[in-house]
Design a protein around this ligand. Structure first.
Ligand code: SIN
Ligand code: MN
Length: 279
């Protein structure tokens, strides 16, 4: 059985896919080592201090909420999205060759980082960009240890199988919404809070706690949220969205740092600075 550097096998990829199809997420048995996390964090913090359109602030303060599209201008982030272990996982889960659709880091800064209400990512990609189907996958990497207090990501198991929920009426003139409402705490497409509570009461909540450098893959249609960071610890979460090349959107109009126009399949390339270790 073929093994990768991090010790995964063909069997475990198939296992990951069946967990992903059943639950809407999966967690590979490997994570980034401490040096890799330190290098990525250094780049993220440096970018967050720059004045550029890809840097977005919290609504009521000058605190940086997120940085976007960094794989297009930062060489470490560019190397990260090409790592064979991430690309092979994305290809397995999205169902074929993939390109990077979106790259972001939600910084969720200590005390200041604001919530993400219940939502489905595919609502934004379908309604705003014209992505045909959810043949895409989010790969999340926390760059800080995640605990109950610093606003962990949470998801409702199985909710990715329910289709898109609570979509608002489209504007009569077909106009897209302001992209800032796709990256702020006041999201344009949310799942009704009562509905999310009922779904979570019935199916439970998966809370993604764990060490920095761990990896979680989650489905574009899963209902997910995260709360305010009420702790003294930051909770930076790096998210790479890979999309199947056969699933590129028909009419992307949002800024290219939110929706990549380049649909060339990612070519895998190992990078010794970005090491992975098995659990
Ligand atoms: C978060 O950073 O907590 C939210 C991430 C997401 O909604 O994709
Ligand atoms: Mn989301």
């Amino acid at each position: 059985m073929a093994s990768t550097a991090a010790g995964t096998t063909a069997t475990s990829l198939a296992d990951l896919k069946s967990a992903y199809q059943r639950d809407g997420w999966c967690e590979p048995p490997y994570r980034f080592d401490d040096d890799a996390v330190a290098l990525i964090r250094e780049r993220v913090l440096s970018i967050s201090r720059e004045r550029r359109p890809e840097v977005v602030h919290e609504k009521d303060s000058g605190v940086v909420r997120a940085i976007h599209g960094c794989h297009n201008f930062d060489e470490v982030c560019a190397a990260l999205v090409r790592l064979p272990q991430l690309v092979e996982l994305a290809e397995e889960l999205a169902g074929g060759p993939v390109y990077v659709y979106q790259f972001k880091v939600n910084l969720k800064q200590a005390h200041e980082g604001a919530a993400w209400p219940w939502h489905q990512d595919f609502a934004f990609w379908h309604e705003e960009d014209g992505m045909p189907s959810p043949d895409a996958v989010n790969i999340a990497v926390p760059l800080d240890d995640v605990h109950e207090g610093n606003g962990p990501l949470m998801a409702i198991p199985g909710s990715h199988r329910l289709g898109l929920l609570d979509l608002p009426e489209r504007a009569a003139d077909g106009a897209e919404s302001d992209w800032r409402t796709h990256v702020s705490a006041d999201l344009a497409y949310t799942v009704n809070g009562d509905r999310a509570k009922a779904l979570a009461d019935a199916s439970g909540r998966k809370v993604f706690l764990g060490p920095r450098g761990s990896i979680q893959a989650f489905h574009p249609s899963i209902v997910h949220s995260s709360s305010n960071n009420v702790s003294e610890d930051g909770r930076a979460l790096l998210l790479i969205t890979y999309n199947a090349v056969t699933n590129s959107p028909a009419r992307p109009t949002r800024p290219a740092f939110l929706v990549s126009r380049d649909t060339t399949p990612v070519e895998s390339r190992a990078d010794e600075r970005l090491g992975l270790v098995s659990y």
